[in-house]
Structure formats: structure tokens, C-alpha cells
Design a protein around this ligand. Structure first.
Ligand code: ATP
Ligand code: MG
Length: 205
């Protein structure tokens, strides 16, 4: 089985994450896309509590529930532990030796990957599918892809999907200002944010 791995903080999950999963699924003939909310991302501060993690997981579940080939994977969802991609991919390869993994990420992550812990270990364990994001154009993407291939033997493919200028940060900011987040996230997620009053002042750390 060919499995797409979409890791993220998903605070909240938005249509950018879903579109990448959908295009990777179709364009690379993958069998499933696994969404992995990370418990305690090493690069994001401050550390959050169990409740916030529970909300992020629930929003992923709501967002993907109508697509049988999208799965929620809780492998990284440990509140007390940092999630590291090299470790996750190593463990997933051990747990599922018959699966081939495709790690999906956006341009910001592709350009930061050399700062990730033991990043060299990531390359033999998956094919990276990299989507454009923000101000990175195709030439810059292709240059970075060649660089990673030449220096580290990485396998990287460009994931061509419509550019969406959407981030969880901007969505949190809208919710905080009592603006709607409809059409940025699935309706079920927008309703969940509203109902639980997420990202309001009282919820900020
Ligand atoms: P935040 O603003 O909190 O950082 P985010 O929108 O960047 O949230 P993450 O959970 O950090 O979402 O991202 C998970 C992965 O999805 C990353 O690899 C990121 O590059 C990618 N991604 C997120 N949004 C987009 C987008 N609009 N276009 C392309 N890739 C995206
Ligand atoms: Mg991000």
C-alpha cells in the first residue's frame, strides 16, 4: 500500500491541508492519506494542554470523516512528547513493512527541513511530496528539490495543487476577532470552533 502522511499541528485543520491530501491521493495513486496531528511540536511554543490537543484531533476527525481514504493516525498525538518526523517515519516503516510512505508538506517545511532533528534520516524512509506555498515559485521549488536530491539523496516530487493563501494562524486570528471561518475550514470544523469558542481570549495560553 502507498500511504500519504500529512503531519501538522492542525490548529485548526483547514482546506489547504485537505486539498494537499486529495491531490496527493489522486496524482500519485496513493491508497490512503493518514493525517497525523502532532502532540507537542518541538518548534511551536508554548506547550499546550490535553484539552487543546483533544480539540485539534477532533477537528481532524470531523474534517476527514466523509472520505474513506483519509484516516486519522494518532501516532504523534502524545501530549508529553515532542514529535519528530524522522522518528515517526522510522516507526511507521517498522510497524507497516508492506507500506510505502509519501510525506506531504508545504514549501515552508521543504525549505526548513534541514533544521529538523536528524533530518537526513527522513530521506531514505519516504518520498517527499512538496506543495507550493506563499511566495515560493516553481523555479525556487525545483531548485530546492534538486539541492535536497543531490546533497542527501532525497526523493522529492513537486505536488501540483492550487495555491491557497491559507494558514491556521490566520484562521485563529479571524476566530479571535469573532469573524467567521466558513470556507476556510469544512463546515463541521467551523461549527466546532464556534460551539467550543476556540481561539477566544479566554482560551489563549
Ligand atoms: P500555522 O499557521 O499554525 O503554522 P499552518 O497553516 O502552517 O498552521 P501546519 O499544521 O503548520 O498548518 O502545517 C502542516 C503542513 O501543511 C506543513 O507542511 C505546511 O507547509 C502545510 N500547509 C499548511 N497550509 C498550507 C497551504 N495553504 N498550502 C500549502 N501547504 C500548506
Ligand atoms: Mg505551519
Amino acid at each position: 500500500m502507498k500511504i500519504g502522511i500529512m503531519g501538522g499541528t492542525f490548529d485548526p485543520i483547514h482546506i489547504g491541508h485537505l486539498l494537499l491530501g486529495q491531490f496527493a491521493y489522486e496524482d500519485f495513486g496513493l491508497d490512503e492519506i493518514w493525517y497525523l496531528p502532532n502532540g507537542n511540536p518541538p518548534h511551536k511554543q508554548p506547550k499546550e494542554g490535553k484539552e487543546a490537543l483533544m480539540h485539534r484531533i477532533e477537528m481532524v476527525r470531523l474534517a476527514i470523516q466523509d472520505k474513506p481514504y483519509f484516516k486519522l493516525c494518532l501516532h504523534e498525538a502524545k501530549e508529553t512528547e515532542h514529535s519528530y518526523t524522522y522518528k515517526t517515519l522510522r516507526e511507521l516503516n517498522q510497524l507497516y513493512p508492506d507500506c510505502e510512505f509519501y510525506f506531504i508538506l508545504g514549501a515552508d517545511s521543504l525549505f526548513e527541513i534541514e533544521n529538523w532533528k536528524y533530518f537526513r534520516e527522513i530521506f531514505p524512509s519516504c518520498t517527499i511530496l512538496a506543495a507550493m506555498r506563499d511566495d515560493k515559485n516553481v523555479e525556487e521549488m525545483l531548485k530546492q528539490i534538486s539541492y535536497l536530491e543531490e546533497h542527501y539523496g532525497a526523493k522529492v516530487e513537486l505536488l501540483r495543487a492550487p495555491l491557497l493563501e491559507i494558514s491556521s494562524t490566520a484562521i485563529r486570528s479571524r476566530a479571535f476577532r469573532n469573524l467567521s471561518v466558513y470556507y476556510l475550514v469544512p463546515d463541521t470544523v467551523a461549527e466546532y470552533i464556534q460551539k467550543n469558542m476556540l481561539y477566544q481570549e479566554s482560551q489563549l495560553p
